[in-house]
Design a protein around this ligand. Sequence first.
Ligand SMILES: Nc1ncnc2c1ncn2[C@@H]1O[C@H](COP(=O)(O)OP(=O)(O)OP(=O)(O)O)[C@@H](O)[C@H]1O
Length: 255
Amino acid sequence: MTDLTLRDIHLSRGRRPVLNGVSISFAGGRLTALIGPNGAGKSSLLSVAAGLLPPDAGEVRLGGEPLSAIGRKALARRRAYLPQSPQVDWPISVERVVALGLTAHLPAFGHLPLALHGAIDRALADHDLLELRDRPATSLSGGELARAMLARATVADPELLIVDEPTAGLDPRHAIDAVARLRARADAGRTVIMAIHDLDLALRVADDVVAVRDGQLLAAGPAAAILVSDVLERLYDVRARVVRDQEGVSIRFGR
Ligand SMILES: Nc1ncnc2c1ncn2[C@@H]1O[C@H](COP(=O)(O)OP(=O)(O)OP(=O)(O)O)[C@@H](O)[C@H]1O
């Protein structure tokens, strides 16, 4: 299993400091939820963790190796990243969108190897996309496109999976299915990190929670220790109550 470690990360965007000395380790085989208010720096942190945005200072290591020392193709084979608002700019089929997630595993020329067809079929089925496989991705609804993009990010079963708001735009059934599949990937030994605003879903599946505010870590640890009133009130500046009943645990916010 592969750990991802960030050490003393500093990042400015448009001259504004957005990450100020973030150090954190994401353990292999665990699902970590990254939470925090709008503009806290979650997406920036995930982009740095994925090796897509070089930090101004600090270092990211994957399995002990600096990301900067891992070749681009090798990194593309080992990690997948789902951006916050993915887009498709031209009308390729849903099946082709999902197949793009296998690009780093393909020979440079020739047909898609038969062995990879099964992975595409599984990803389409997992994300309830079988009936949409031949539709142009540009014709999908917001939630359907979000599912196609999640299928693309997961089709190669990467050892490091970084997803930015994977449930945004999904209805309750698809959102629950999506986080359950992320949970299953962590159970299979992958390192899974998701930024998420739906804390009830985070409570349901996350092993660990990392709370970020103003570009700094406010708290990090096991989900049950971080998703508590005191931490959530300091994180979001609203009243927060963790409610336990026969249905399970949920979080209620109020002002
Ligand atoms: N391309 C950019 N240029 C300049 N500033 C940026 C850029 N992208 C993000 N920022 C700023 O960086 C800060 C952190 O943004 P980031 O997207 O990482 O926050 P976030 O925690 O993911 O927020 P949200 O919950 O709203 O998605 C914000 O102040 C944002 O305005």
